[in-house]
Design a protein. Structure first.
Length: 143
């Protein structure tokens, strides 16, 4: 059994973003509203960003044999058998937007945002899910 949890570095980074974002919102709103209203709104925005960073977007992926389960907020959100699904992974940019797309045999696709794992853990997860490491299959094309 292997367990992949959110990266502490990414959680701390998002908490800092929440604090800075709340401060910027408060500063901008201070120019338009009363100071105490700007501070309250900035604090609420900052707390919401921190909530999503620490609790809302937190992810845990558990691989147990041929099954893997994705947990969000401590509850099992998705559960798949690796033999019955096809997997596609994509990292969008250097910021580390990691997306795992799981397509079941009936054609239903599920996109899982694994950004909170961080790129290194995401690559290790892909290796354990057997997405990487095998040579690519050559697809014939016509000109």
């Amino acid at each position: 059994m292997k367990i992949y949890k959110s990266s502490l570095f990414i959680i701390v980074k998002n908490v800092i973003y929440g604090i800075c974002g709340g401060a910027v919102i408060a500063f901008i709103l201070n120019l338009l509203l009363l100071t105490y209203l700007a501070v309250i709104i900035g604090a609420v925005v900052g707390l919401l960003i921190i909530y999503f960073a620490v609790i809302g977007d937190n992810i845990r992926v558990v691989i147990d044999g041929d099954n893997f389960t994705v947990y969000r907020r401590g509850k099992a959100k998705h559960s798949f058998n690796m033999c019955e699904v096809s997997l596609e992974a994509r990292i969008k940019n250097r910021a580390g937007d990691c997306i795992l797309t799981v397509t079941e045999q009936n054609g239903e696709s599920t996109r899982i945002d694994c950004s909170m794992l961080g790129q290194n853990r995401f690559y290790r997860l892909l290796a354990d899910l057997r997405v990487v490491g095998e040579p690519a299959e050559v697809v014939p094309t016509k000109k």
